[in-house]
Write a protein that binds this ligand. Sequence first.
Ligand SMILES: Cc1ncc(COP(=O)(O)O)c(C=O)c1O
Length: 376
Amino acid sequence: MSELNPMATAPYAQNARPFLYGGELEGIAEVLASGQYGHGDVTEQFERALADFLGVDDVVAVASGTAALHIALAVAGIGPGDEVIVPSMTFCATVQAIRACGAHPRFAEVDPATLCLRPRDVMDALTPRTRAVLPVLYGGRAVDFSDIREALEEREIVVVEDAAHAFGSYRGTARVGSTRDALTCFSFGPIKTLTCGQGGALVPQNPGQARRARHMRLLGMAESPAERAHNITYHVEGFGLRAHLSQINAVIGLAQIKHFPALEAQRKELWRAYAEALDDATGVLLVDVDVDRSVPTLCAVRVPDRDQVFTALRDRGIGVGTHYPPNHLQAAFRRWRRPLLITEQIGNEILTLPFHQLMTTDDVRFVAKAVREVLR
Ligand SMILES: Cc1ncc(COP(=O)(O)O)c(C=O)c1O
């Protein structure tokens, strides 16, 4: 495994990184030799593997998590002037997907313990122009809107989930993405639990959404690449993007998904090791990912004097990060700024600890000890 995953420095020096199991390189070599690099059979095999894993009829693979969000919002009918409720505490990709549809982000607060939207945060942010809610499953934790589902349905508000962090996590006893009460979007970017190098997918709620998403990911063309290979012409039926998942990327995901049980167990173990090692550490608040039900993507804490703690840990060679600087404070989203005091406080306190599968529980304890020392 070490030849496949060489590290120039100690594992804890990196905040996150992909993990290769074997099979990825051989798969890429086969695709390269086939000369078919675009959307193809391998992409469709990956879609099937995702659908089987989730226990759903269909999954649409796309080029990235951002593309999945953009296409899902468009397929749900979100367009110019519509308002989408979104937590400010997310990666800027979530907000850019809303902007890509010409819609407006309505930034909302989150639960300070989980950094996820709560039903009441959604209800507080509602306006007559709200057409969608876009919860972010921070760190891998599922969100549950069953209490407000009726209220949202009455207002014809759709739910599109940003599950970029949550592939494999459960809501109750069902995998995120398997329940049809939201359009769920995954990212298979380099540091996600399951990676394609770059990639994403959305789980449609019905065949109509699946068809529209498939058209949109391939420039609005009605015919699939396989059909186009035999036809004299093709038919462009609507707006589209170049957002298909290449076979080169899909084959990486296909090699990875076979190892999901090991990945799931290891990530839970690392997260639990942090929870234990930081238990009662003065000043440290662990962001709760509901580890029994989730496959954690990251391990975040809130600390006082974050900037000093960040610098002191970096000085010790520990790869800490800040996920995320609040979006409502970003220049590009200034127009939609409103006071979000909880999020602003979290933005000053958030610190993500090194978290990836080349780390051992000893590495976790080393980092936790350094955090305690720096905070002393
Ligand atoms: C919360 C969140 N949403 C969306 C995305 C976008 O996914 P991608 O990088 O695959 O476009 C990411 C990726 O880092 C993310 O962390």
